[in-house]
Design a protein around this ligand. Structure first.
Ligand SMILES: Cc1cc2nc3c(=O)[nH]c(=O)nc-3n(C[C@H](O)[C@H](O)[C@H](O)COP(=O)(O)OP(=O)(O)OC[C@H]3O[C@@H](n4cnc5c(N)ncnc54)[C@H](O)[C@@H]3O)c2cc1C
Length: 390
């Protein structure tokens, strides 16, 4: 089998890239380890920056997003009983975010790929890149028990944090930076009306809570938990009771509860691998970096990587210009580190850290009070939350 660009991983990064390349007349084959049903069933992010929305439009996959996505001009931060609305739109000259679930984004992108007869090989096992330091790399994999080979010009690792692509880069050619947080998020999806029309990030002495949403009758709530927490230990009753405790009373009073449709624990981690290129292998999205979800940046960073990488590949194929490929890693990392900083800052502001009792708690409160009183601080938050320019 032969193609121009071999893509490992069929998450948002791989899907967006293969679609944008296809529309520019560049062929690709995407190898995904899981079944289509599994990939479409994953519940993950839900807040899209303008840049992500624009890429969906360019990919010709924005129809449902335009219809069902909810535009949010503000976001709320609560500290115990105090609540502050950050006027994203007013503070950033009209910029907003859109609430539209990653599950729906993935569904739309698969539909767009199928409509163009894009080649996606699901349940591709033992995917392995080879020859990355030469001009003719290739991928080997097993499909339905048979060994296969895919020859290509470039290999793009879009296979998430636990994928294979980053692991084939020699240790002396890759530098990793990591912070693992001493807690995770316990998430519940419920078919209930959201408690608030905009997101509420809440910091309470018992820990962090987030009221998010996926639609008018679909809510997503999170509670800070132990990193190794077993979601089965949380009955629906226990979850709702704890959430009510950790929200300001006027919000808790409005909370509509119902059976959990999904309950899962996500660990929190900051991670960056540098550089994002080795020979003919390029990393994009979670394969190269992870942020804690507090700033809603994971999915959005995948989109900015794909923006840079798709333009670079198009320049290479259309004009023989390698400047974009050569500068891809540095360009992407410049934006990634700013999002890493913001996500780390939001996490530090809003969570309960075991080592923070006393001094650290007072600093958190002072940070929140400063945010309440300073338009400059609110503007900085707003500017980062809606997404820094590409
Ligand atoms: C549980 C969870 C909750 C999250 N919540 C949020 C949130 O609330 N807000 C936010 O902004 N971000 C969130 N994120 C982050 C966000 O979902 C990711 O940043 C985003 O999915 C990145 O897209 P990606 O395509 O780079 O990687 P992924 O979506 O991880 O896609 C990688 C794909 O590669 C496939 N793959 C892996 N290994 C191989 C292999 N060896 N061979 C072939 N295929 C392989 C995987 O099956 C997967 O389909 C969450 C992530 C997780 C895991």
């Amino acid at each position: 089998m032969q193609t121009q660009v071999g893509i490992i991983g069929g998450g948002p990064s791989g899907l967006l890239l293969s679609q944008l390349l296809h529309l520019a007349g560049i062929s690709s084959v995407m190898l995904e380890r899981r079944s289509r049903a599994y990939v479409l069933g994953r519940i993950r992010a839900g807040v899209l920056e303008q840049g992500f929305q624009d890429l969906m439009r360019r990919a010709g996959a924005a129809q449902r997003m335009e219809r069902d996505g909810q535009v949010h001009g503000g976001v709320n931060i609560a500290y115990q009983e105090d609540r502050l609305r950050i006027d994203l739109e007013g503070l950033t000259g009209g910029k907003t975010v859109m609430v539209y679930g990653q599950t729906e984004v993935t569904r739309d992108l698969y539909a767009a790929r199928d409509a163009l007869d894009g080649v996606v090989i699901d349940e591709a096992e033992q995917v392995m890149p080879h020859g990355l330091e030469g001009d003719r790399p290739y991928l080997t994999f097993v499909k339905d028990g048979a060994a296969e080979r895919l020859d290509c010009d470039f290999v793009i690792g879009c296979d998430g944090f636990h994928g294979v692509s980053r692991s084939v880069i020699p240790a002396d050619r890759l530098q990793s930076f990591e912070r693992v947080y001493p807690f995770g998020w316990l998430g519940v999806l419920s078919a209930t009306p959201p408690v608030n029309e905009e997101l509420i990030y809440a910091r309470h002495d018992l820990g962090f809570a987030l009221c998010s949403l996926r639609g008018p009758q679909l809510s997503r709530y999170y509670l800070q938990c132990r990193a190794d927490e077993n979601p089965d230990n949380w009955s629906d009753e226990r979850f709702w009771a704890r959430l009510k405790t950790q929200l300001p009373a006027e919000v808790a009073a409005r909370l509509v509860t119902g059976p959990a449709l999904e309950k899962s624990v996500a660990p929190l981690r900051s991670f960056v691998a540098e550089p994002m290129r080795w020979g003919r292998l390029f990393l994009a999205g979670d394969a190269a970096h992870i942020v804690p979800p507090t700033g809603a940046k994971g999915l959005n960073l995948a989109a900015s990587d794909i923006h840079y990488l798709s333009s670079a590949l198009i320049d290479w194929y259309k004009r023989g210009d390698s400047a974009g490929l050569d500068s891809y890693s540095a360009r992407a990392l410049a934006r990634i580190w700013k999002a890493e900083r913001f996500s780390w800052w939001m996490t530090a502001l809003l969570h309960r850290f075991p080592e923070n009792e006393g001094f650290g708690n007072r600093i958190q409160r002072a940070e929140f009070d400063y945010l309440m009183s300073s338009k400059a601080a609110q503007t900085a938050l707003a500017e980062n939350y809606v997404g820094l320019p590409y």
